[in-house]
Design a protein around this ligand. Sequence first.
Ligand code: AGP
Length: 363
Amino acid sequence: EEAGKGEYDHYMKKEIHEQPTSLAQAIEGRIDPENGRIALADFGPGTFADVSSVQFVACGTSYHAALYGSLSLNQAGVHSTALLANEYSVAAPPVDDETLVVAVTQSGETADTLSALRQARANGAYTVTVTNVVGSTAAREADDALFIRAGPEIGVAATKTFSSQAVMLTLLGQRIAADRRGKPPADLESLLPDLAAMPDEIERVLESSDAASIADRYRGSRSYFFIGRGLGYPVALEGALKFKEITYEHAEGFASGELKHGPLALVTSETPVFAVFTGDEDEKTLKNAEEAQTRGAPLIAVCPDDHPAVEIADAHLEIPDTSAALAGLLANVQLQLVSYHAANFLDRPIDKPRNLAKSVTVE
Ligand code: AGP
């Protein structure tokens, strides 16, 4: 197993650095070069024209990718919700044969997600699995499967599979929106070149990131907060999950607008706030971040270089300019690196955090 890490100290670092390749693999052949439409040949000539609503079910990091996909689908005008698979059995929204239920699971073996998938199918929904593992239970049991082609992920912390899932769900969402309207969504034209540039943009982030020095600078803080709005929200949740999972330090992710509804009471000079700016009403997120900064919190802005947040922030994690639909994925790479370096400084067993398993096969 050691040999598989190559030049890296940990699988997690290797897998973070594999993202330019894994994303390129996820996209390959799925955009029709003829007409710039989303091809998703995995579905053959099938159409989503009759889908009236979409429910995503998933757990943990995959749930954050599902939320990303659901929010972007709502932005494209299609009714959708992301649900925690482990809550599905007690309070699933109704389904019918026009409901598409998408199970998002890297391993394809997560018991909670399988049980939600089975329930949805039994109730008459059309089901699709978005997974990394061909031949997995979820891939076999769903009506259709869409493979993210990220390659094996050994580290317990999901990294490259999150970005590939989020991209696949963005593509799926664009395709559903196009099938329903009979024409591609207006913003697809600008999205496609940015999508094609993602592997290079991630490479740029990996090469120039200040994540190690920022992780060092805020070492020993009491708690770490991550905030974002719109597509920045699932990225904030994911940033916090990754941080707590591998550092064992307390971290929380919030929708930026929620800070003032309670969590602000926790904010002090010992609670650094990582603010993710994705172009979804950034001016509001900036105000929320400033409110935390006024209470003494160090503010770390995750945004492009020419963003107004850079002027007031105490530290900056730069991301290249791209479509709002994709900016969160670049921000997520920066946050993965922060968690990795913070855990490394603390000498944590990064690839195998205590009490956790790569695939959770019990409910
Ligand atoms: C996070 O880093 C985890 N590995 C965990 O939250 C994981 O995403 C969750 O258990 C779901 O796993 P799955 O994608 O294999 O279904």
